[in-house]
Design a protein around this ligand. Structure first.
Ligand code: HAM
Length: 418
């Protein structure tokens, strides 16, 4: 039959892949909750203006990558390209706006209409956290410490933490003027995108990857030199705290991040085991504006791309998690035995045992093949004759050892096998 593929940049995730996803998700839930974070689930689409205003009209995500459509009433909706704006929208009417702290994490799909490539998808999954409501370098540092704790827990070694500061909004203008003054005389030699960025979003020139722009970008004076003393002190404190907590990092003056809501601390974790799309985590402190609000929502957070975390785990050969369920397979020989097994399967499953069996009449050989296919650890064979005598036959699939089991002991035996 003809195969119907999912749309480019999306993928089906089959049951046998789920243990890899559960490991990333369970570890996040365990670790983030130790730091006081609770899960928040927001819709996967929002009013378009939440992202336009939240992420910034001039950002590449808003300009080129959003999946936007009209609902039946003519309102413009957008599939979420990231989690922060929707989370802030949900927290808008909580006491976060009065300076109280709120810690939330989220797990789920995000959508960006990018050109699909290795590690770059149109539907991808993020685990993210947001610590909203308060501003303090200690919170930025703690957020990063938690991230490194998480990466360690899921077996990711050899990653590099890049750190930079974007200063406060008030620092932007003088820093942008200095950047423009540097790039303007060379702009004719730079790529077409950078020519547009010079006026629209000069910071983005700093992370341009096009060859002809590199030497000019390399000579850029450090934009953070123009920041206020207060902003410089804020960043210095974050760096001091991370050093005191034994976190390795590298300050990268070219790290600007692609979303406009960032202020002060920004960071990215990259892994050399990946190709061009080597950022596994991105985050930072932000002041995010929502439609019709005059005051921004403040917070600090990050999001990790689950597909990319799994790619790194594969490169590092982090052992796949062992299946937690031991599967007991019930084999029946004869009509009465099959009925008996159907009843027992229900009883055992209610008691917490994972049971597999063929519900239709099949040969013993076919049933044993099925037991192998599902990876059963133990097979319990029941025949009509044996049933009359009250005896079952147990076979250990690893050692092939067999022994008899009184019918009345079945539940106890299976529970002890768990
Ligand atoms: P971001 O850097 O745009 O930040 O995305 C975070 C992570 O999502 C990336 O480091 C990458 O691992 C993954 N990712 C992004 N785009 C794709 C894609 N097309 N395919 C596969 N993976 C992708 C944010 O989204 C911010 N909301 C993070 C944040 C939270 N900042 C503060 N709080």
């Amino acid at each position: 039959m003809a195969k119907i593929s999912p749309p480019p940049g999306t993928a089906d995730i089959f049951p046998d892949e789920m243990p890899l996803w559960y490991r990333l998700e369970n570890s996040a839930k365990t670790i983030f909750s130790r730091y006081g974070y609770g899960e928040l689930r927001t819709p996967i689409f929002e009013y378009t203006e939440v992202f336009q205003r939240g992420l910034g009209d001039e950002t590449e995500v808003v300009q080129k990558e959003m999946y936007t459509f009209l609902d039946r009433g003519g309102r413009s909706l957008t599939l979420r390209p990231e989690g922060t704006a929707g989370v802030m929208r949900a927290l808008l009417n909580t006491d976060v706006m009065n300076g109280n702290e709120k810690r939330v994490f989220y797990i789920g799909p995000m959508f960006r209409g990018e050109k699909p490539a290795a590690g770059r998808r149109r539907q991808f999954h993020q685990i993210g956290v947001e610590n909203a409501g308060k501003v303090a370098p200690e919170l930025d540092a703690e957020n990063i410490v938690m991230l490194m704790h998480y990466l360690e827990d899921i077996g990711i070694t050899g990653a590099k933490l890049l750190l930079n500061t974007r200063g406060g909004f008030a620092d932007r203008k003088p820093a942008e003027d200095a950047l423009r003054a540097h790039f303007a005389p060379h702009i004719d030699q730079m790529c077409d995108d950078c020519k547009i960025r010079l006026d629209k979003n000069v910071w983005r020139i700093l992370d341009c990857k096009v060859e002809c722009c590199q030497s000019i970008i390399d000579d850029t004076p450090d934009a953070t030199d123009n920041f206020s003393q207060e902003s410089k002190d804020y960043f210095k404190r974050v760096c001091e705290l991370l050093t005191a907590m034994n976190i390795d990092f590298e300050v990268d003056p070219r790290l600007v991040r692609g979303l406009d809501y960032y202020v002060h601390t920004v960071f990215e974790v990259i892994h050399p085991g990946l190709g061009a799309q080597n950022a596994i985590v991105g985050g930072g402190r932000y002041e995010l504006f929502l439609p019709n609000t005059k005051k921004p929502m403040v917070g600090v957070g990050f999001a990790a791309g689950l597909e990319r975390l799994m790619m790194v785990q594969e490169v590092l050969q982090v052992a796949a998690p062992e299946s937690e369920n031991r599967i007991i397979f019930l084999v029946s020989q004869g009509e009465a035995a099959r009925e008996f097994n159907l009843r027992q399967a229900d009883l055992l499953r209610r008691a917490g045992v994972t049971v597999a069996l063929e519900v239709e009449a099949k040969s013993i050989k076919a049933q044993m093949r099925a037991a192998n296919r599902v990876g059963a650890s133990t097979v319990i064979i029941c025949g009509d004759n044996e049933l009359e005598q009250g005896l079952l036959m147990v076979k250990d699939m690893k050692s092939s050892e067999q022994h008899e089991l009184p019918v009345d002991n079945l539940l106890n035996f299976c529970l002890n096998k768990e």
